[in-house]
Ligand binder design. Structure first.
Ligand code: ZN
Length: 95
């Protein structure tokens, strides 16, 4: 797993076949955004410019690029989520 560089686009993540890992900096929520949910942001959108907001209302949200499928499973390990499993549908883009 690595932080996105300025050259990483949504399309490059989709091409990788792996979801985008997203972590809130305010609450413990961690979510994977599946490729099909990223498809409509593809274009030339860069990951570091992706307008994400957590369901807690925080915009302190960091995206990470996964490099292996195993990383996807360990990323969402429910080690610190008091409200049960994370809810992927809670994440949405803000334009
Ligand atoms: Zn949050």
């Amino acid at each position: 797993m690595r932080e996105p560089s300025v050259t990483d686009s949504i399309q490059s993540v989709i091409d990788s076949g792996l979801p985008l890992a997203v972590r809130c900096g305010y609450c413990p929520r961690r979510v994977l955004i599946r490729r099909d949910r990223m498809a409509h942001f593809a274009g030339n959108y860069r990951i570091c410019a992706l307008p994400l907001v957590c369901s807690c209302g925080s915009k302190d949200v960091a995206a990470f690029i996964l490099e292996t499928p195993d990383e996807a499973e360990t990323f969402i390990e429910p080690n610190s989520s008091p409200g049960g499993p994370a809810q992927p549908g809670a994440w949405r883009p803000i334009f």
